[in-house]
Design a protein around this ligand. Structure first.
Ligand code: P6P
Length: 334
C-alpha cells in the first residue's frame, strides 16, 4: 500500500484541524493526545538508547500479571502516568503495570477522560532489539466531572472507547491514532522531535496471505482453532507466517499489509494470554475503524465487558473476511 508522505502536517496541526471540525469541542482531547505523544517521544528516546544507559534487563520484580518486570517497563509506566496525571484532561489511568487504577491528583478530578495503557508491550523483546510498543485506549468518564473516578468509568464495553492507538518503537517510531475520524499514522522525526502525518486514512486489507500465531501451542488449541490453522496451512491457500512475539508489532504489520493474528485459548492460558481492557480493546477499536474485525473466537471484542481490570481474552484480529472465517470455525468448538 503506497502511503504518500504528507509534507509538513504535524500531529498538532492534524489535531487542531480536526478540532476546527468540532466548534463545540473544548480542546481537551487535543491536550490529551499531545501528552500521549510527549510520553511516546520520551519512551522512544530511552528505548533507542537502552543499551547505552543501563536500561536493559529486568528489575527482579514481577507485576500483577506474574511477569518479570523489565527496567524499561518501569520507565514507560512512570513516564506515561506523569504525562497524564497533571494535564487536567485525565481523571484515571489503568495500566498493565499497576494492580489498581491510578487516580489523578484531586485538583484534576475534573478530567473528562480515562486512559488505559500497556506501557511497553513486548517486554521480552526489549533486550534483543526487536520491535515493542505502547498501547492506549481512551474512554470518556461516566461519573460526574469533579468527583473521584471509579471502576464504573472503566469496567464497561469496549464499544464505549472514544479513541485508541499505539506508539511503536521499531526501525522508526510511529504513533497510530484511531478516532471517529478514522485511523492515521504519524512518523517521528527525531531530528526535530515532531510526529508528521505519514499514513493518512489507514484501511486494512480484508484478506491476505499472512497469519501470525505461536504455532508451538498448536496441540494446546481447541479443535475449532486447530481446524482453522489446518486450513491456513493448505498449500493452495498460499499463506506464510510472520510472528514477532510483540502483539503491537504483529498487529501493525498486519494492519498495513493485511494479515490475521491469533492468540487463542491454550491449555496454559485457558482464557487466552492477552489482556482485554488495554490490549484487545484498543487494537479491536483501531482495526474496526480501519475496516477489519476482532473477536475472541466467538464474540466481537468490543461487545465484551471485563469483569476485572486485568481480565485476559483470546484474540482473533485482522482482515474482516479472515476473522469471519476463523470465528465461524472457533465458535463451533465447546
Ligand atoms: P508468546 C508479549 O509478551 C505478549 O504479551 C504480546 O505482546 C505477544 O503477542 C505475546 O505476549 C507473545 O506470547 O506466548 O507467543 O510468547
Amino acid at each position: 500500500m503506497e502511503t504518500p508522505f504528507v509534507e509538513g502536517i504535524t500531529l498538532d496541526r492534524f489535531l487542531m484541524d480536526t478540532l476546527r471540525d468540532h466548534p463545540g469541542a473544548s480542546g481537551t482531547f487535543v491536550n490529551l493526545m499531545q501528552s500521549i505523544a510527549l510520553a511516546g517521544k520520551m519512551i522512544s528516546a530511552r528505548v533507542n538508547r537502552a543499551g547505552l544507559s543501563g536500561l536493559l534487563g529486568g528489575t527482579g520484580e514481577t507485576n500483577v500479571q506474574g511477569e518479570f518486570v523489565q527496567k524499561l517497563d518501569v520507565y514507560a509506566n512512570e513516564t506515561f502516568k506523569k504525562a497524564l496525571e497533571h494535564g487536567g484532561h485525565t481523571c484515571m489511568v489503568v495500566s498493565e503495570e499497576e494492580d489498581e487504577p491510578i487516580l489523578t491528583p484531586e485538583r484534576f478530578h475534573s478530567g473528562k477522560y480515562v486512559v488505559t495503557v500497556d506501557p511497553l508491550d513486548g517486554s521480552s523483546n526489549i533486550d534483543v532489539n526487536a520491535t515493542i510498543g505502547t498501547i492506549f485506549g481512551v474512554f470518556r468518564r461516566k461519573t460526574a466531572e469533579g468527583t473521584k473516578a471509579t471502576l464504573e468509568d472503566v469496567i464497561r464495553p469496549g464499544q464505549d472507547l472514544v479513541a485508541a492507538g499505539y506508539v511503536i518503537y521499531g526501525s522508526g517510531t510511529i504513533l497510530i491514532l484511531a478516532t471517529e475520524h478514522g485511523v492515521h499514522g504519524f512518523s517521528l522525526d527525531p531530528m526535530v522531535g515532531e510526529f508528521f502525518l505519514s499514513h493518512p486514512h489507514i484501511q486494512t486489507p480484508p484478506t491476505s496471505t499472512t497469519y501470525s500465531l505461536n504455532e508451538a501451542y498448536y496441540h494446546q488449541f481447541p479443535p475449532g482453532t486447530r481446524a482453522y490453522v489446518d486450513r491456513l496451512r493448505e498449500p493452495k491457500r498460499g499463506y506464510g507466517t510472520r510472528y514477532i512475539g510483540t502483539l503491537i508489532a504483529d498487529f501493525h504489520r498486519n494492519l498495513l499489509k493485511g494479515g490475521i493474528f491469533l492468540y487463542p485459548a491454550t491449555a496454559k492460558n485457558p482464557q487466552g494470554k492477552l489482556r482485554l481492557l488495554y490490549e484487545a480493546f484498543p487494537t479491536a477499536y483501531i482495526v474496526e475503524r480501519a475496516g477489519g474485525a476482532a473477536t475472541n473466537g466467538k464474540q466481537r471484542i468490543l461487545d465484551l465487558v471485563p469483569k476485572t481490570l486485568h481480565d485476559r481474552t483470546p484474540l482473533v484480529i485482522g482482515g474482516k473476511a479472515e476473522v469471519e472465517e476463523a470465528t465461524a470455525l472457533m465458535s463451533a468448538e465447546p
